[in-house]
Write a protein that binds this ligand. Structure first.
Ligand code: PEP
Length: 257
């Protein structure tokens, strides 16, 4: 049986950038830039403060909608958790996706594998599709620990997630040494880890792994996306810096899809 086709998926992670007006303007420009594209999913991930306005701006798009992702969520639905935002609150303001376990959350805010799992399960309960980030540090790569680290993060993140729920998840392989550094993994390095991730998922869910989308993240740009997307297990990109200007993000989506 031939594997299920996987629709390319690109998500712009805007991180801690953009006023409300700037975010709505950027989302509008992205929407206009990709309006004629078919066969690709495009998502933007603004700061919490801009999610509702961006989702409102994008919701009326009939031709080729651009989806909205949050950059994090809490694992509880409500309660005494000052400063946190729940997955159901994100769904309520129009999000369809949430990025979880980004290396900046892990490195700067002490996020652990177990927390990523709780958040993924909360997101799924709320109807969101989690974009689960995994990836090794440079020290781990140099020590030959890349696959072991990725396996540990992956298996912890999807523990106790049913096959039906896993089908709604996306995995993003983001080598930490390539994020925001201008240093991209070679297509071969990306493919090795993507194929490994798919194989690990196939070991647990043989019928599902071929259709799961695995994104690459780490200094993806318009001029390197095509080579990355040429790899058989690279299904899209999680893009930081190059998503902050509509022109470069749209060009990258066009090059990559
Ligand atoms: C990211 O933030 O997930 C990312 C990959 O950033 P950049 O594209 O800037 O490396």
């Amino acid at each position: 049986m031939s594997p299920a086709p996987r629709r390319p998926f690109f998500c712009g992670n805007w991180k801690l950038n953009g006023s409300l007006a700037e975010s709505v303007a950027l989302a509008t420009d992205v929407r206009n830039g990709v309006a004629t594209l078919r066969g690709v999913d495009v998502v933007v991930a603004p700061s919490f403060t801009a999610l509702h306005a961006v989702a409102k701006r994008l919701e009326s798009e009939s031709a080729g909608p651009v989806g909205v992702a949050a950059q994090n969520c809490h694992w509880e639905d409500k309660g005494a958790f000052t400063g946190e935002v729940s997955a159901s609150q994100l769904a309520d303001v129009g999000c369809k996706y949430v990025i979880l376990g980004h290396s900046e959350r892990r490195q700067l805010f002490g996020e652990l594998d177990a927390g990523v799992n709780l958040k993924a399960r909360a997101a799924l309960r709320a109807g969101l599709a989690p974009i689960i980030c995994v990836g090794e540090t440079l020290a781990e790569r140099d020590a030959g620990e890349t696959l072991g680290r990725v396996q540990a993060q992956l298996e912890a993140a999807v523990a106790d997630v049913s096959e039906a729920d896993l089908a709604r998840c996306l995995i993003a392989y983001e080598p930490v040494w390539a994020i925001g550094t201008g240093r991209t993994a070679t297509p071969g390095q990306a493919q090795e880890v993507h194929a490994f991730i798919r194989a690990r998922l196939a070991a647990r869910h043989p019928g599902l792994a071929a259709s799961l989308r695995i994104l690459y993240g780490g200094s993806v740009k318009p001029d390197n996306v095509r080579a990355l997307m040429a790899e058989v297990d690279v299904d899209g990109g999680l893009v930081g810096g190059a998503s902050l200007k509509a022109e470069s993000f749209v060009r990258m989506v066009k090059e990559g899809s």
